[in-house]
Design a protein. Sequence first.
Length: 391
Amino acid sequence: MPRLIVFGAFMFTVTSAMATHAQTSARQPHVSMTFLSHRASYNQLYQSQPDGANEQAIFGGPITDLPSFDDSYKMYREPHWTRQSPNGKYFASWLYEMGIPHSKYKGSSRPMLVVGDLGGKWTRIVNSACHEEFAWSQDSKQLAFSVFSETNYNGVLQQLVDTTEIFVTGIDGSNYNCILEKKGKWIVLDWSPDGKRLLIENRRLGGKIEDSQSNLFEFRVIDAIDARRKSKYDPNWVTQKASDFLTPISLNLKDLQFSGARYSPTRSEIAIETFDPRNMYAPNLVGDDELSQGRMMRLLGKIHVFDTHTSALRKVADYDDGIRGPICWSPDGNDIYFSRYLPKDDDREKMSEDKEHGLSIWAVGRDGENARFVTTGWSPDFPRNVTIDGK
């Protein structure tokens, strides 16, 4: 899988004024957007105003103070899936430290989940085994993530049952608790604004793409943690009792599948990235031959909004050139941010040399109106807990 497929969303600082929504003159919170970009030929985290203005790189890039085995490659810190804490003070990033070019480095590329201060004062490793998708608690003190049973095992002799453990931990590594263990792949997508629920996806892979299936659940995380504590940490609790706190969500997608979901910060809505498994990809037009054209094929994603109270589902974005995530909401819940593919001859993300399409960030209103280009890059993110004066 190309590096770009797993690039993730990320970070925030309280420095710029939120762009006014097209259909309202109400004053908006003072926030900044963060996003990932390959415009310098390697992954970096950028910060900008919500309309893409005044951008600057703030994390990632060459590691200059690390000795290398030889000089045939350079070491880089590459942030991928990345998100801001709801209070906008911290970031968490699923990142790699690796040598480029890979053909010269020939090392094991093991990602890790890192949390840090947006001002650049500190970072620390939270976990070195979790999946790329994770979620912040509403109080910005905890992270929830999944660990798959086959993680970091590359041998051929060990026979593993496909299982998942879901953990919650403090950002300083404290209170590390497994709250759910189940067979299959269970992935943490988001933490609800009221702090009480996790949005969890169960992915079932089939022999063919159209045979795969994803189902969405809510997990009553606070109730589960309380019950786990009262059980005096019975080791069987996570496998025998934790599922009592899972509730399925019927999205009424019919023949579509989904690949990501985020809670609205202000309404009873969930933004969902969907796709048709029978028509999932568009060709990579940048590649010169069949092999390179098979890399970074364009996901023909769509954006839907699901109302959890009424179960109403509406499509708000669908383009012939495709859509991909990660997706996020604006802090006021009026807009959804996502990524679209750049044309073949647009090299602003410097991906043509890798024979891959670059990405651009777009926003669209929750009603499907006012779709607009923001900047090049992907994985936009905003804080969730902001007040009208940004304090």
